[in-house]
Design a protein around this ligand. Structure first.
Ligand code: SF4
Length: 294
């Protein structure tokens, strides 16, 4: 794996962010090899060349330790926004695990977003962190169908495997959630899919589901997505072009129906769906001086 220079790994949000209450963002790797056809990180604005090739930050753990030591305020560190912290390379590079050990040592909280079962390996550290700080594990799940997942997220763990991982992590009393996004127009935007995911999530002890009933498309990412549509869903590109042109937000034509169904089913099963409630729930009990500072 290629190493790249990086002065910092941790960036602070100005205030307690709306995104799952993260106070800091951690990017350990650059690029991601999970191959999701809709990945936003392929967009031109991020300027990541050869996105599918994973690169690690040189001296990552030394840099991170310096940063963790020097911050005046502790808080929750989010990882998984721009690349999956459990890329296949993490199995041998151990940089995410090393980061978690440091996060435990310096008593920060952690919120991880992934599509990989590899996170199970680090359950021991997550349990330790939860003794002093908030911990949240988010799994992105877009389809209940393993066959469809293998087309739209070809190198990630299968949906069934992701559910099994959520079951194990929830059983260890770590709060878990699902990012139900993107919901791709005319691909996974069916009522059956949404209902299946909610029911399976509930059976696995998942407490939160946060949805987006559409997909966002930007320059470069759109071209890649359309190429994959041509390959796997012939004819769909034209439908997208007619419906959305070059629009950034491409909402599913079924968004209204799906959203209603989603809220009803989650309410019935007691799954939280509002960002403020999710943050309140997984951070509750840790409202000490550290978190209040934000
Ligand atoms: S796992 Fe996330 S970062 Fe990686 S390709 Fe898929 S959407 Fe992109």
């Amino acid at each position: 794996m290629e190493l790249i220079k990086a002065k910092t790994l941790l960036s602070a949000y100005r205030s307690n962010s709306d995104w799952f209450g993260h106070h800091y963002n951690l990017n350990i790797y650059k690029g991601c090899s999970h191959g999701c056809i809709y990945c936003d990180s392929r967009s031109d604005c991020y300027r990541i060349e050869n996105f599918d090739e994973v690169r690690a930050k040189d001296q990552a753990l030394l840099t991170l330790e310096k940063e963790l030591k020097s911050k005046r305020k502790k808080g929750v560190i989010g990882s998984g926004a721009m690349s999956d912290p459990y890329n296949p390379q993490e199995a041998f590079a151990l940089l995410t695990r090393g980061s978690l050990l440091l996060i435990d040592k310096y008593e920060y909280g952690i919120s991880l977003t992934t599509k990989s079962t590899l996170i199970e390996r680090d359950l021991d550290v997550l349990i330790r962190i939860r003794k002093h700080s908030p911990v949240l594990v988010l799994m992105t799940i877009t389809t209940a169908d393993d066959g469809l997942a293998s087309v739209i997220e070809p190198h990630s763990s299968s949906t069934s495997q992701r559910f099994e991982t959520l079951r194990k992590i929830s059983a260890a009393q770590i709060p878990t959630g699902i990012l139900l996004m993107p919901i791709l127009p005319w691909i996974n935007d069916t009522s059956e899919n949404i209902r299946d995911i909610i029911v399976k999530a509930n059976a696995c002890g998942v407490k939160y589901i946060y949805p987006a009933f559409g997909v966002t498309l930007r320059q470069n990412q759109r071209e890649y997505y359309f190429e994959q549509l041509d390959r796997h869903f012939p004819g769909l590109r034209d439908k997208y072009v007619r419906a959305y042109g070059e629009r950034y937000v491409c909402e599913s034509p079924r968004a209204g129906v799906l959203s209603e169904l989603f809220e009803k089913e989650c309410r019935r099963l007691g799954i939280l769906t509002k960002m403020s409630s999710i943050i309140q729930d997984y951070q509750s009990g840790f409202k000490d001086e550290q978190l209040k500072l934000f």
